[in-house]
Design a protein around this ligand. Sequence first.
Ligand SMILES: [Zn+2]
Length: 346
Amino acid sequence: MPDSPGSAQDWTEPGAFEVVPGVHRIPLPLRFDALKAVNVYALEDGERLTLIDAGWALEEARQVLEDCLGRIGYDLGAVQRFLVTHVHRDHYTLATVVRRLFGSRIALGEDERDSLVGVREAENTGAPVSEISRLFRYGAEDLARRLLEKGDWDAIDPGLWEDPDEWLSDGMRLPVGARTLEAVHTPGHTRGHLVFVDAAAGLMFSGDHILPHITPSIGFERARPDRPLRDYLRSVRLTLRLPDLRMLPAHGPVAPSVHARSDELLAHHRRRLDETAATVAQGARTAYDSAKLLTWTRHHRRFDELNGFNQMLAVSETAAHLDVLADDGRITMQIADGVTCYAPLD
Ligand SMILES: [Zn+2]
C-alpha cells in the first residue's frame, strides 16, 4: 500500500506502507505512552530485510510486525538486521526478542553503551530510579517521592536489555542491498542517537531526532550528558548542513523536508528559552518551579494536568533549558544543598 503523507489517513493505522519502492513504513503499537505508535521501516534486500528501529517488546507489537511483513511477502525470520536509532524501549527492545527467535543482528550507536549497561545493571523494579533520583537536584523532591512510591511501572524484562551485535559510529556506511545508508551521530534526544541517511534516494530515517508534530524530549536517558539541549541544538544545525531530505520519522507521518522541520524546532527552542528565562524573572528558582510556570505539549497543558511520568520529563527538559540559559550568561546558576538554583542577573 503506498504511503500517502498529508492525507487524512491516521499515521498510526496498522499496515505496511510503501514510502518508495523497497522501503515500507510499519507503525507498531505502544503502551501507556502519550505516543500512540512507533514506525519501523522495512528495507528490502532480496529475500532479506533490514529494519530501522524495532519497536517495543510487547506481544501485540510482535504480532502486528509479523502480520505487516506478511502483507509484503516476508516473515519475521527474514529480518537479517536491525539498525536502531537509539536505546529507548520503544525502539530497541523488540529487536532482542526477534534476535532470540531468528538470530537477527542488532546494531546501535556506540554512545548508547553507558545507558544500556546502566539500565541492565539497575536494580530492576521497572522504575527508572536514576532518572527519578535526578529530580531531587531539580528541586522536585515531592514528585520524586511520589514516583518512587508508585508501584505500577511497566517493567521491561531486564534480560531484554542485551548488547547489540555491533556498535555503530558516526559516518559508518552501511550497505543494504543496492542502497548505502550512512549513520550520522545526532546526540540530544539521547546521547548516542543516530539518523540513517540514504543520500541517493533523498531519505533520512530521522528516529526521534526530527519529528513532524512534536518536539523530541531532551535529557531523558540513563546516562544523561551535562548539556543535552546544547547537544540537541548542535545536532539540529548539523542536519541543516546536510542536503534537504525527505523525513521518515519514528513517530508521525513521512514529511517532505527535514530542513523545514529543523527550522521549526530551532525556533521552538529559541522561544522556549525565552519563556524559561521569563519564569526565572517571575521568581522560579529551580527547574521544578520553572516547569510549573510553563505550559506543556502542543496543546499548552498546565504542568499539573500531566501524569507523573510526563511531569518528570517536563522537569528534566526544563533543567536542560535553564542550564543553557546559565551557560549563555542570561541567568545565574549555583548549587545549594544538592539542588541546582537559578536566579536573574542583578
Ligand atoms: Zn526516544
